[in-house]
Design a protein around this ligand. Structure first.
Ligand SMILES: NC(=O)c1ccc[n+]([C@@H]2O[C@H](COP(=O)([O-])OP(=O)(O)OC[C@H]3O[C@@H](n4cnc5c(N)ncnc54)[C@H](OP(=O)(O)O)[C@@H]3O)[C@@H](O)[C@H]2O)c1
Length: 303
């Protein structure tokens, strides 16, 4: 495959689309953004933006001359990916980074997440099928595990209230998980497009850190120079509350069950890969310490 230069991003103003787009521009790719006709998203100056209906015909026209596509649309847009894939293949795009940015195809999720998994998998299967029919069309999924700096800031249920300097430690606080920071997510997309052969037609495993709640608590206390107020809880309470909300059809169950999966004792469910077994080196993602990640979280809430 010849070098990838022209890259189109869908979902460029999103949680992960933003750092991906910034990293691609910084790495020297020629970036274009495609956004929905009625989108209210705003984008950095200097990047061409195409407003399009998400039909195969319109997207095929919009994607002419592009080498690669990164799809980072939010969960509500996952089903639009099939049209994006068909259009990309028809337009001669060589690499399509499919929307994962989660735990990849092999994750042992709780049964409540299966309908979401089925929808995501439909696009991944479609990408695979297109790559088999047309060898010039290839795909990559980027699995990131827990988006750690973003999630710690956004979800105190993960155990850390960074405004109040208080923590909730689930069970022993020792359950390890892997995560990728926003910096690592941006670098992962750059790394895939710089290594098209090695990353063709598979899911790559990204990671910036492997940690546990106790390590994060130590890091928060050390970096803030304060002793944090610590409460203890069993993560089983989140399994019960999440399942109850799911049964009752009310919101909030996703977060309860995501945090349960992260800290379920003794499961290592959310260790995506060891550093050696991951693709972090290939993709150029640096390993970060708990202090590095905590500093980013504290800096981002201070602004
Ligand atoms: N690992 C994790 O824990 C984790 C956490 C969060 C998200 N994720 C995954 O990461 C991926 C990106 O999520 P995100 O949170 O970055 O997304 P997001 O910020 O919610 O949305 C990104 C963009 O998606 C586009 N979009 C929204 N609704 C759409 C629709 N109905 N049809 C088409 N496009 C739509 C919008 O772009 P325009 O306005 O430009 O059209 C939006 O700016 C998803 O696959 C998500 O499931 C994983």
């Amino acid at each position: 495959m010849t070098g990838i230069k022209k890259v189109t991003v869908f979902g460029a103003a999103g949680n992960f689309g933003t750092p991906i787009t910034a990293a691609l521009v910084k790495a020297g790719f020629n970036v274009t953004i495609i956004t929905r006709i009625d989108s209210a998203s705003t984008f950095p100056h200097g990047i061409p933006v195409i407003r399009s209906e998400y039909t195969v015909e319109k997207l095929t026209a919009a994607l002419q001359g592009q080498d690669a596509v990164v799809c980072a649309v939010g969960p509500a847009g996952i089903s639009t990916q099939v049209a994006m894939l068909d259009a990309a293949e028809a337009a001669g795009v060589k690499r399509f980074i499919v929307d994962d940015f989660g735990w990849g195809p092999d994750f042992r999720s709780l049964p409540e997440f299966r309908p979401i998994g089925v929808q995501r998998r439909a696009a991944w299967d479609h990408a695979k099928k297109l790559s088999q029919v047309n060898p010039d069309f290839t795909y990559t999924g980027i699995s990131i595990g827990n988006p750690t700096d973003w999630a710690l800031k956004r979800f105190p249920l993960m155990g850390f209230d960074v405004q109040k300097h208080s923590a909730t430690i689930y069970d022993e606080g020792t359950e390890e998980f892997t995560g990728t920071t926003l910096e690592g997510i941006g670098q992962a997309a750059v790394g895939v497009l710089r290594n098209p052969q090695e990353t063709a037609n598979r899911f790559v495993k990204a990671r910036s850190i492997q940690t546990c709640q106790n390590q994060l608590l130590d890091a928060f206390q050390q970096v803030t120079g304060e002793s944090w107020d610590v409460k203890r809880r069993s993560v089983k309470e989140l399994l019960e509350s999440g399942r109850e909300k799911h049964r009752a059809g009310v919101g909030g169950w996703v977060l309860d069950l995501v945090v349960y999966q992260l800290f379920e004792p003794g499961e290592a469910r959310c260790v995506l890969a060891s550093r050696e077994d991951s693709d972090a080196e290939l993709l150029g993602i640096r390993e970060e310490t708990a202090e590095d990640v905590v500093r980013k979280v504290l800096d981002s809430v201070a602004v």
